[in-house]
Design a protein around this ligand. Sequence first.
Ligand code: GLP
Length: 248
Amino acid sequence: MGLSDAAPELDRQSSVPIFAQVKAALDAAVESGELRPHRRIPSERELSTLFSVSRMTIRQALLAMIDEGRLYTRSGKGTYVAEGKIEQPLQRLTSFTQDMAVRGLRPSSRLLGADLLPAPIELAHALDISPGSELVRIRRLRLADGQHLAIETSHLPHARCPGLLEHDLEKHSLYQLLHDRYGLDLATAKQTIEAAAPTEEERELLEMPVGVPVLRIHRFTSTRAGVVCEFVQSAYRGDRYQLNVDLR
Ligand code: GLP
């Protein structure tokens, strides 16, 4: 398992509780890649021998790591290292494709649905179009390196991007298409984010473990000139995303 050589001496005189020292050592092993994502970690018994502490102490360290989303359990199979979270800064308007590319992850999409529908009154109002005028609705499963990360349903006034559905929406970035084909540069957005339990369908599509929440994001995206072009409803895996913001 590799950890054995590295198991550090615990400082039993320290004011830092022993379980926290064990956790720090395990955190370091996850960060260094010594304990790799989706690999099973040593059992409580093995860890208690390794660190010369009680199994209770090991359990306390592991529970804290599970709470933080660093480890997860599979019933009857043991405890595993979770995939690192994707840190998403909130200050900048970016597309999914850009977000993944800067992290060196390969973005892809699976089209779940694409159609035209008449704009309901409230949405028409928010998008500054007449009620009943055509909206393009695109529902996509978003993947990074083949992993299911999010479901996004975008609504766009058809008049601002006529013929959008004729493009290959699995191959192309939506924002890139809007820029290249329709001259729409999305520059600002209003976004709300809340945690929620996933629907059964979302849980299946996102291949999520039971008990993990989704981040439900609603966003109105506009061009620099203030033309609202998109309303998106997204569900991101809560165990894979961390949203960051600098406050002043
Ligand atoms: C982000 C936004 C969505 C937007 C999408 C476009 O994920 N939350 O509102 O629709 O990017 O992504 P892409 O250009 O990769 O299709």
